[in-house]
Structure formats: structure tokens, C-alpha cells
Ligand binder design. Structure first.
Ligand code: FAD
Length: 550
């Protein structure tokens, strides 16, 4: 009996190495890393055990809340499938997905692994844990030894983290938090409700926000660390229930009740909004990498399926209409990947900046708002098209492809919905003047471009005009137009980056992809008639036609 058989009948990409077949990703990553990363072992894992496990969890074995122990004690714990445990252990300890930054390497390696994992449920558990380690490492050195090695998989017993900020009356509006902190006996005691608490019941330690004294509004919030057990070894918070969700099933998202829960303040009192915003930058880039990874899985399912299914005597992939759809998907996806890894490169360069932060960090934050939004939108669009290219089968929950569209739909919401990214982008422009560094960086990039210069220049003009327009508006008008401007800016930068990568690496497919991207998503016009001739070099991402450095 071959136990691997069943799943290979359900998916067109099960058993393939998701890194080896993704040449555009390999090359974009190499461009921004400045070296080749051997992610083949993880690519093989992502294409097989991880792929099957995450789909199986979605359909069959979601995490379950367990409230009581056999001895009648409240445990508020989560039962996850043994396979999910195995996957988490392997990703954290064997592949070391959270380690790079803490081991003195580029944080880009973490995000590259995240792109291959893609599944937003599993990746959420990892993201929350990585983010918790990041904040403790940077702002709570006294707790470094107790938590960071466990959170990054350097110890035998792995720890999990969480970040609980959202309350029922406000997720975007953190100033509406009602959780209160009282101090006594050298400790803080927190009381309040956290309404969206992912990893609740799994996390060993969580970061959370609360007010104390007379502080009010977002600028008065403080950040706290809450261990799962208090100093007497008792449960430190209660898990009221788990949410019923349309996707991200592998991460339990619950409602947490804090009732004089023991906590420790992180960083300076009243400065949580800085720390939270910075920690959200870490996870918004995770969100962007995941959004691209999700879209890539869906693209691959569609690409291989259209190479097998025949209609009207031809393979689907031989019909010009299908080629066009695949081209749209691939061009959009490559632009998203380029934008994501460019932003991660900026983050890696500004990672040591602390409040009130330098210009490099503010530029990174500006890019992060834009990239979080663009990649989420593109992921929804690419995954939707992937289901459509499967015809009726794409709508059936019997096969993995439909899940990717459901999964993609969380990416525009959590970590701040798109209007919030637009408002934060406006703040980075209006108050921090972060656009000055952005425009000067893209001007430099432009100066290195030798082919498709006119296209790249026209994209730069769209970028600059969008910013100038926003700067010329009053507050209300700017907020009204901000999301649209953010899209134009993101698309313009994506096209420029693809052309730039092509020019610098000598891979003409990226120059073509950048030019097609500019036409379709910046100018918003249909491709020119020669695009069909260029399409094959772009859509066949796995083989000789898409050779590296052609
Ligand atoms: C599966 C899942 C897991 C989650 N896990 C966590 C977690 O672990 N920890 C955590 O802290 N949170 C978590 N969240 C919460 C998530 O981050 C919030 O739902 C999200 O930030 C939006 O907040 P909200 O739901 O309160 O929406 P609201 O703030 O009510 O916003 C509703 C809509 O209005 C828009 N909006 C709000 N204000 C404005 C404005 N001024 N101008 C224009 N538009 C505006 C928003 O963009 C959004 O589209 C999770 C959510 C989900 C779905």
C-alpha cells in the first residue's frame, strides 16, 4: 500500500518541491539576499507533508478547546492533532524558521521560509511566536534568557508566543482598549477581555496592551508580557471560547479573559503604541510573504492542472484565453514578491532603530503599509482565478485548490485592514516625511535601469504624482483617496522593481514581466498584441523556458 497515493490524486502539486519549481522566487530572493539560499529541503517538505497536513487540518482535524483536566481543574488548553504538533516542531526546531535574526543572520531568511510555508494558520502560530521573541529581545532584555531561546527553537522544549491587542470595541482603534493594569508587590495585574486572541491556549507567553493610572488614548497604552501560568503555577488567564472561522483553521483564535492576571511591563510606560506598531511591522511583512506564498500555491495548482485538462481538443494551457489568465496571475505575483522582498531588505537594514526612530525606519514602515495591502489584494485575485481555472472542480471543497482562496481572504484583514494601512501610510508621509527617502531610493533605482527606461520612468511619475496629490489635499480629502493612491504607489513600485531586477540580473523575463505589469496594473490597459509571444517565458516558471539568467 502506498499511503501517499490518495493526496496525489487530489492536488496537482503534491509531492513537488515548492522551492525548486519556483524559479522567479529563487531569483528575486537571491537578488535581495545577495546570495543563493538552499531552501530545497524546506521546499520538498512544503510540497508534501506540510501541504497535506495543513489541508487535512482545515477539513478534518481542527484544534479543539479543552477546558477541564481529568482531575476537574480548569486547564483552558488546546488539543491539536499530533501531525500539527510534528509540523510545528519541525519548522521551529529543525528548519529554524524563527532563528535567523536572533542568530545574527538576515531576517529575510525567516520570511523566505514563511513564503514556502504559506499556510496562514500554521504561519500565524509561527509569526506570533517570532514577533513575541522580537519584542522581548529588543525591549525586555531581563526576560531574554527565560523566553527567547525557547521561542526560537534553541531549547529542547519549544515555547509559543502570542500578541493580544484587539478588544471587542476596537481592533483598528487600539486607543479604545479597556483592559486595565494595577501595580502591586512588584508586579502588574491586568483585568479585561481580549476578543481576538490567536494562539490562546497554546501560547506559553503573550504580549498584550493595557492602560494604567490616568492614561487614556493610543498614546497612553503600555505593553505587558503575560505568562500562561502565574507565580503560583496556576492558570494566569481564561480562554472563554474559540472562534468559528472560514479559514486559518490550524491556529486556534480565541477570546481571553484577564482577571488580575500577573504581568510584566515591557519597555517604557505609555509607549506601547510604538512597540506594537513596530511588532506589527514584523508581522505585516510575514503577512505579505504569506500572501505571496498562498498565491503561489494556487498559481502552481492552476498551472499544472491546465497542463493536464483538455477542452475542445487542446490542453487548457494551449488556449490563448488561459495563457492570458496565467500571465495576469504570474505578473501580479512576481511584482508582489519583488515588492515584499524589497521591503524586507529595508527592514533588515533598519532593524536596530528604536523609538522615536530614524528616517530609514520610517521609510521601511511606509513601504510595509503599502506592501501589506498590495500583496493581500493580489493574493485574493490570484487565488480566485486559480479556482476559476479549475472550472467546477475549483468550487469543490474536496480538493485543496479552493482552500487557498479562503485562506487569502484573511490577509487584507488581520494586522490592520486596508483602510488602516492607508491611514498609517498617510501619517508616515504627512508627519514623518518618509516619502522623501522613498522617492530618492526609487530615483536611484531608476538610474540603474538601461532597458524599458521609458516604462520605468512613467511608473516613477505615477508614484511621485500620487504622493504629490496626497500632499496637496486637506485631511479629509487625503483620507478619502488614500487607499487608491496606496494601490497606485504599490503597483508603480512593483513594476519598477521587476524591471530593475531584470536589468541587474540579465534575466530578460523580469524586464518583460515589469513592462507587462506596468501596462496592466499601473496604466490599467490591456497588454499589447506581442504579449502572447512573451507569455510563455513568464508563465512556465518551473522549466527550461524560465531559465535563470536567460
Ligand atoms: C482569524 C483572526 C485572528 C486574529 N488574531 C488576532 C490576534 O491574535 N491578536 C489581535 O490583537 N488581533 C487579532 N485579530 C484581530 C484583527 O487584527 C482585527 O480584526 C483587525 O485589526 C480589524 O479590527 P476590527 O475587527 O476591530 O475592525 P474595526 O476596527 O471595527 O474595523 C472595521 C472596518 O472599518 C475600517 N476602519 C476602521 N477605522 C477606520 C477609519 N478611521 N477610516 C477608514 N476605515 C476604517 C477597517 O479598515 C475595517 O475594514 C484577529 C482577527 C482574525 C479574523
Amino acid at each position: 500500500m502506498n499511503m501517499d497515493d490518495t493526496y496525489s490524486f487530489l492536488s496537482s502539486i503534491y509531492g513537488k518541491n515548492h522551492y525548486d519549481i519556483d524559479k522567479p522566487f529563487q531569483e528575486i530572493l537571491e537578488f535581495y539576499m545577495g546570495k543563493h539560499l538552499n531552501l530545497s529541503p524546506l521546499g520538498a517538505y512544503a510540497g508534501k507533508d506540510l501541504y497535506e497536513t495543513t489541508d487535512y487540518i482545515d477539513k478534518v482535524s481542527q484544534p479543539l478547546q479543552k477546558m477541564w483536566s481529568i482531575d476537574g481543574k480548569r486547564i483552558d488548553s488546546i488539543l491539536i492533532s499530533p501531525m500539527e504538533k510534528h509540523v510545528l516542531d519541525k519548522l521551529i526546531r529543525e528548519y529554524g524558521i524563527s532563528r535567523p535574526y536572533f542568530h545574527g543572520k538576515s531576517i529575510m531568511e525567516h520570511y523566505a521560509m514563511g513564503y514556502l510555508v504559506a499556510d496562514p494558520g500554521i504561519y500565524c502560530i509561527l509569526t506570533l511566536t517570532h514577533q513575541t521573541a522580537y519584542a522581548i529581545h529588543k525591549y525586555a532584555p531581563d526576560f531574554q534568557k527565560d523566553y527567547v531561546p525557547g521561542l526560537i527553537g534553541d531549547t529542547k522544549d519549544t515555547l509559543l508566543g502570542a500578541t493580544w491587542f484587539t478588544e471587542i470595541q476596537g481592533g483598528s482603534d487600539l486607543g479604545a482598549n479597556k483592559t486595565r493594569a494595577e501595580s502591586g508587590n512588584g508586579l502588574w495585574y491586568l483585568t479585561g477581555d481580549k476578543y481576538f486572541a490567536s494562539n490562546a491556549g497554546l501560547a506559553d507567553v503573550a504580549l498584550t496592551s493595557a492602560f494604567h493610572g490616568d492614561n487614556h488614548g493610543a498614546k497612553g497604552l503600555s505593553l505587558f508580557l503575560i505568562p500562561r501560568k502565574n507565580n503560583d503555577g496556576e492558570l494566569n488567564y481564561r480562554l472563554r471560547r474559540l472562534k468559528e472561522k472560514s479559514a486559518t483553521k490550524s491556529v486556534p483564535s480565541g477570546e481571553v479573559e484577564l482577571d488580575s492576571s500577573e504581568a510584566y511591563m515591557i519597555g517604557d510606560a505609555g509607549k506601547a503604541i510604538y512597540y506594537i506598531t513596530e511588532d506589527l511591522m514584523v508581522s505585516r511583512l510575514d503577512n505579505a510573504a504569506a500572501a505571496c506564498g498562498i498565491a503561489r500555491k494556487a498559481y502552481l495548482e492552476a498551472y499544472y492542472y491546465t497542463g493536464k485538462r483538455k477542452t475542445f481538443g487542446k490542453l487548457l494551457i494551449e488556449h490563448p484565453g488561459i495563457v492570458k489568465d496565467l500571465l495576469d496571475m504570474e505578473v501580479l505575483l512576481e511584482g508582489s514578491i519583488a515588492l515584499t522582498f524589497k521591503s524586507i531588505e529595508l527592514f533588515n537594514n533598519s532593524i536596530n532603530s528604536k523609538p522615536p526612530y530614524d528616517d530609514e525606519y520610517n521609510y521601511t514602515r511606509l513601504m510595509t503599509h503599502i506592501v501589506k495591502n498590495i500583496t493581500a489584494d493580489s493574493s485574493a485575485r490570484v487565488t480566485q482565478m486559480a479556482t476559476e481555472l479549475h472550472g467546477g472542480i475549483g468550487f469543490l471543497s474536496e480538493f485543496p485548490v479552493e482552500r487557498w482562496h479562503r485562506e487569502a481572504l484573511i490577509t487584507p484583514i488581520w494586522e490592520g485592514a486596508s483602510n488602516i494601512q492607508a491611514l498609517d501610510m498617510l501619517e508616515a508621509i504627512m508627519r514623518k516625511k518618509a516619502h522623501i527617502k522613498l522617492l530618492s531610493d526609487f530615483k536611484n533605482i531608476l538610474s540603474e535601469i538601461r532597458e524599458e527606461t521609458a516604462t520605468a520612468e512613467s511608473c516613477y511619475n505615477s508614484l511621485k504624482n500620487s504622493i504629490d496629490n496626497l500632499l496637496s489635499m486637506g485631511v479629509e480629502e487625503a483620507q478619502f483617496h488614500a487607499k487608491y493612491s496606496m494601490e497606485v504607489m504599490g503597483h508603480s513600485m512593483a513594476a519598477i522593481l521587476l524591471i530593475h531586477i531584470g536589468n541587474k540580473t540579465g534575466n530578460n523575463d523580469f524586464v518583460k514581466a515589469g513592462s507587462l505589469y506596468a501596462r496592466r496594473f499601473v496604466k490599467k490597459e490591456d497588454y499589447e498584441s506581442n504579449a502572447i509571444g512573451q507569455a510563455h517565458g513568464i508563465i512556465h516558471i518551473d522549466g527550461a523556458e524560465r531559465s535563470l539568467k536567460n
